[in-house]
Design a protein around this ligand. Structure first.
Ligand SMILES: CC(C)(COP(=O)(O)OP(=O)(O)OC[C@H]1O[C@@H](n2cnc3c(N)ncnc32)[C@H](O)[C@@H]1OP(=O)(O)O)[C@@H](O)C(=O)NCCC(=O)NCCS
Length: 160
């Protein structure tokens, strides 16, 4: 049985096709990279196809520039019965300088599903280091906050 991957990093150059109207990388492109890295992390751990059920806490700290080297790191920080909570961080910088700065971060929750789209149980991950214990507590706290928010606005949000 191969060892499970709990963490992955994607590395690539931001391409001219990723540009927005302001000449920098489009926020949608960054969100796509985040989803791809999170997906690879969730699938790598669970060994199952996974779907995104929630994306939260996304914060764009700095822009990514065209031609920047981009690193998208995804790390499993909590498992539920069928869910996998993944923290994703994007860093970028000029490859000529080799200095990378955090540009974006967020949390994504994936659910492992079978061929019919029904949630299936995943192997649990147990934090060992102090940092991992803190990250798992953070994921659980976010889950509580989400429940409180959903209670406030209703499960399906505002109808426009
Ligand atoms: C993911 C999906 C199958 C879950 O179905 P469901 O009927 O909500 O299933 P459950 O209520 O059993 O919840 C399954 C898991 O999702 C978690 N979940 C549900 N709503 C959530 C939310 N708002 N935030 C975080 N986790 C959530 C539950 O906590 C549960 O995790 P657990 O088993 O670890 O406790 C269904 O919501 C779905 O198909 N969504 C669309 C997915 C999609 O198309 N994504 C975009 C493209 S990949």
């Amino acid at each position: 049985m191969p060892e499970r991957e709990r963490e992955i990093t994607l590395r690539f150059l931001a391409e001219p096709t990723d540009v927005n109207f302001g000449g920098k990388v489009h926020g949608g492109a960054v969100m796509k990279w985040i989803d791809q890295a999170g997906y690879a992390c969730a699938v790598g751990w669970s060994g199952q196809y996974c779907v995104t059920v929630y994306v939260g806490g996304i914060r764009f700290h700095r822009p990514v520039l065209i031609g920047n080297m981009v690193e998208v790191s995804a790390r499993l920080i909590h498992t539920g019965k069928t869910s996998l909570h993944v923290a994703v961080e994007v860093s970028a910088g000029d490859p000529k300088e080799g200095v990378y700065t955090k540009t974006t971060q967020c949390i994504i929750v994936f659910v492992a599903v079978d061929d019919g789209g029904t949630p299936v149980e995943v192997d649990g991950w147990d934090p060992e280091s102090e940092q991992d214990v803190a990250l798992e507590q953070y994921a659980k706290r976010l889950m509580e906050l989400r429940k409180e928010t959903e209670k406030e606005i209703g499960p399906h949000g505002v109808v426009l």
